[in-house]
Design a protein around this ligand. Structure first.
Ligand SMILES: Nc1ncnc2c1ncn2[C@@H]1O[C@H](COP(=O)(O)OP(=O)(O)OP(=O)(O)O)[C@@H](O)[C@H]1O
Ligand SMILES: [Mg+2]
Length: 266
């Protein structure tokens, strides 16, 4: 049984964050991401050209960005040219986690402040994985993401990459992810065990269906299943789901999210 050091989200340094991404992942966790990769390949078997996959969740802090980085890295291991595009314009974290520059990013391009070539940068994890950060936090994220330029930018990027993973905000908080859902091949919904409640998840599925998005599957994070034995560390429970090891405890940030969720329910 592995023990992964607790990671307090608020104080996560670049070094700490590096421990739960890329080739620093435990054997069990990297196997879980490979299963997720296989499931995604089965979910979009014959789509010609670039696959664009959005990663979202019901609530804040369920593991979207971590999942996005790791699935993009795992996909890049196969030799494909992969892009990680950060479209959580309100709470960007990718630049810090990958230790890349935060600006210019997609928001700067959409606001006409830079050129397309300026926003692409190597991820530093593996040579065929590239990253586009969110950029400066804009006053109007939904409008920028819903603009015609966003569609044009994604189309242009699709010509240069085999797969694009889009790290999105949570669905119950803002409409940004739904706005993007019409531009992607499919959506993956991250669900954190013992955190996301049934009503919020049902709402996400309802909204995605309403937006006519293709839900490719659900990724369960923070699962206890992984703690039981080494062998069970990389099994997944059913199609479309994968489990990963619980490697954090609730931070103050996450407790605040719990509170917010409770008050939303009231
Ligand atoms: N598979 C996992 N199992 C356990 N904990 C995880 C997993 N993936 C991510 N985490 C932890 O959950 C916390 C939140 O992760 P992350 O920032 O990826 O979530 P997020 O959904 O992108 O958050 P936000 O909505 O604020 O953008 C971090 O402390 C991270 O280390
Ligand atoms: Mg995030």
């Amino acid at each position: 049984m592995h023990k992964i050091k607790r990671v307090n989200r608020e104080k996560m340094s670049v070094e700490e964050s590096r421990k739960v991404i890329g080739d620093n992942l435990s054997f069990a966790a990297s196997e879980a991401y490979k299963l997720l990769r296989a499931n995604l390949d089965f979910s979009l078997p014959d789509s010609a050209g670039c696959k664009v996959i959005g990663i979202t969740s019901a609530l804040r802090g369920e593991g979207k960005s971590t999942t996005s980085i790791n699935i993009a890295y795992t996909e890049a291991l196969t030799g494909k040219k992969v892009l990680l595009l950060e479209a959580d314009l309100r709470l960007p974290t990718i630049a810090k986690r990958l230790a890349v520059r935060s600006v210019p990013g997609i928001s700067n391009l959409l606001a006409g402040q830079c050129k397309g070539g300026d926003i692409l940068q190597p991820s530093g994890l593996i040579k065929n994985l590239w990253v586009v950060t969110a950029g400066d936090v804009p006053p109007n994220p939904s409008e920028l993401l819903d603009s015609k330029q966003m569609g044009d930018v994604l189309k242009a990027l699709s010509e240069s990459f085999d797969v694009i993973f889009v790290d999105l905000p949570p669905i119950t908080a803002v409409s940004d992810a739904l706005v993007i859902s019409k531009l992607v091949s499919g959506m993956v919904v991250v669900v954190r065990q013992d955190y996301c409640d049934r009503a919020s998840l049902a709402e996400v599925v309802r909204q995605l269906r309403f937006a006519e998005a293709k839900v490719l599957g659900f990724v369960m994070t923070g699962s206890d299943v992984m703690l039981k034995s080494y062998k069970s560390n990389y099994r997944y429970k059913r199609y479309g789901y994968y489990t990963s090891k619980k490697y954090y405890s609730k931070s103050a940030y996450e407790r605040a999210s719990d509170k917010q969720r409770q008050s939303n329910e009231e």
